[in-house]
Design a protein around this ligand. Structure first.
Ligand SMILES: *Cc1c(COP(=O)(O)O)cnc(C)c1O
Length: 385
C-alpha cells in the first residue's frame, strides 16, 4: 500500500541535505564547542556559522539567537523568562485562547504562581483582534504572547500590527512562529516582536532543536542553569549536529518557500473544495489568512478519532485536533474558542500538506474520505441522512 503522510503540522521528515550536513558532528567533529583544542574549535565554528545563518534568515543579529531544545522549550523560555525577569514592573500577561499548549499551559502555570492573566478570545475564523490586545493592555502588563499562525486551523495572525501596539505600550511581545518558520517571511523587525520561537522538526530539520530570538536589551531569566553556554541564557553542551541541521533546513526552506507555497496552496484549495462537497461539512479557519498547507474541516455526526483510524487503514496519516490532544476525549480548545459546539468540534479532520505530497495524493484522499464519512454516519444514531 502506498502511504500518504498529511500531518506535516505535527512533524516533518529530515531532508537528505540536512541529514548530510549533520552527520560529521556526531563522530568525526564530535568535540565540545567549549573545548580549546581542534575538535572543540571545529564544533564552535559550526555553531557560530549556524547562529549567523539563523540570525540572518530572521533579520536578527547572532547575539540575539538562543538555541533551544525545540518549540516547547522556546515558548517556556520566552514566557517564564520574561515573567521572572520583569515581575518587578508588573505581573500581568496577555495571551490568546488558541495558543499551542506550550504557551497556554505555561501562562496558566504562571497564573498559579501569582501572575495575572488575560486570555483573549478569537473570532469565528480563529483571528486575534489587535484592538482587543490594545484594550487588554494595562500599566502592569509585562508580556504579550500571540502565535504567528495556528497549528490546528492554520489562521495567520496580524502579528506586525499587534507588535506595534505592544511596543507603544512598552510590554514585551513573544510570538510562537513554529508553524510559520520556513513558510512565511520571518523578519523580526517587520514583525515588531521582542521574542520569536521556532522548532526545526516543523521545517524538515531534526526533532529536539529550535531557536529563540531575544531582542537585544530584553532581559530573560534562564530556564536551565549550570553553564555559560548561550551567553548564560541556556546552560548545557550545545546540540551541535541538531543546530547545524536546523540552520541548513531553515536556509533551504526560506529559499524554496515561494514556489513551494504556490504548489501547496493549489493542493490545499483542491482538498478544501473537494471535502466541502460532502454534506454537513464546515471548513475551519480563515480562507484568506491561512497557512498554505493547512486543511481543517468538521464533519457533523462523526468522531474525528474514527475518521483517523479509517484513514490509517488506507495508509493515510492525518490528525484530529492536535497530535498532543488526540488520545484525550476533549475536543480541540482551538475549535471551541472559535465558537464550535463540542459535538461538531469532535468531528474535526486536519490534513497538513508538505514537500512529499503530490496532486495524486490529493486525488486519493478525495476518493477515500467521502465513503468513510458516509459509513461512519450510517452508524451514528444522530444522523438522519
Ligand atoms: C509543534 C509546535 C510547538 C512545539 O514544538 P516542539 O518542538 O514539538 O516542542 C509549539 N507551537 C506550535 C505552534 C507548534 O506547532
Amino acid at each position: 500500500m502506498n502511504r500518504i503522510y498529511m500531518d506535516h503540522a505535527a512533524t516533518t521528515p529530515v531532508r537528505p541535505e540536512v541529514l548530510e550536513a549533520m552527520l560529521p558532528y556526531f563522530n568525526t567533529e564530535f568535540g565540545n564547542p567549549s573545548s580549546v583544542y581542534s575538535w572543540g574549535r571545529s564544533a564552535r565554528k559550526a555553531l557560530d556559522s549556524a547562529r549567523d545563518l539563523v540570525a540572518e534568515l530572521l533579520g536578527a543579529s547572532a547575539s540575539e539567537i538562543v538555541f533551544t531544545a525545540g518549540g516547547s522549550e522556546g515558548a517556556n523560555m520566552a514566557v517564564k523568562g520574561v515573567a521572572w525577569a520583569d515581575q518587578g514592573r508588573g505581573k500581568h500577561i496577555i495571551t490568546s485562547a488558541i495558543e499551542h499548549h506550550a504557551v497556554l499551559d505555561t501562562v496558566l502555570w504562571l497564573e498559579k504562581q501569582g501572575f495575572e492573566v488575560t486570555v483573549l478570545p478569537v473570532d469565528e475564523f480563529g483571528s486575534v483582534s489587535p484592538a482587543q490586545v490594545r484594550e487588554a493592555l494595562r500599566p502592569d502588563t509585562i508580556l504579550v504572547s500571540i502565535m504567528h499562525a495556528n497549528n490546528e486551523v492554520g489562521t495567520i495572525q496580524p502579528i506586525s500590527e499587534i507588535g506595534a501596539i505592544v511596543r507603544e505600550h512598552g510590554a514585551k511581545f513573544h510570538t510562537d512562529a513554529v508553524q510559520t518558520a520556513g513558510v512565511l517571511e520571518l523578519d523580526v523587525q517587520a514583525l515588531n516582536v521582542d521574542l520569536l520561537s521556532i522548532s526545526a522538526h516543523k521545517f524538515y530539520g531534526p526533532k529536539g532543536v529550535g531557536a529563540l530570538y531575544v531582542r537585544k536589551g530584553v532581559r530573560l531569566h534562564p530556564l536551565v542553569h549550570g553553564g555559560a553556554q548561550e551567553k548564560g541564557r541556556r546552560a548545557g553542551t550545545e546540540n551541535t549536529a541538531g543546530i547545524v541541521g536546523m540552520a541548513k533546513a531553515l536556509e533551504l526552506a526560506q529559499a524554496e518557500r515561494v514556489d513551494e507555497n504556490a504548489r501547496l496552496t493549489k493542493m490545499r484549495d483542491r482538498l478544501i473544495q473537494g471535502l466541502q462537497k460532502i454534506p454537513h461539512t464546515r471548513v475551519n479557519g480563515s480562507l484568506e489568512q491561512r497557512l498554505p498547507n493547512n486543511v481543517n474541516v468538521c464533519f457533523e455526526f462523526i468522531e474525528g478519532e474514527s475518521m483517523l483510524l479509517n484513514l490509517d487503514l488506507r495508509g493515510i496519516a492525518a490528525s484530529s485536533g492536535s497530535a498532543c490532544t488526540s488520545g484525550s476525549l476533549d475536543p480541540s480548545h482551538v475549535l471551541l474558542a472559535m465558537g464550535l459546539s463540542h459535538e461538531i468540534a469532535h468531528g474535526s479532520l486536519r490534513l497538513t500538506l508538505g514537500r512529499d505530497n503530490t496532486e495524486a495524493d490529493v486525488d486519493v484522499v478525495l476518493q477515500e474520505v467521502p465513503g468513510i464519512v458516509e459509513r461512519l454516519r450510517a452508524m451514528s444514531p444522530l444522523y438522519q441522512g
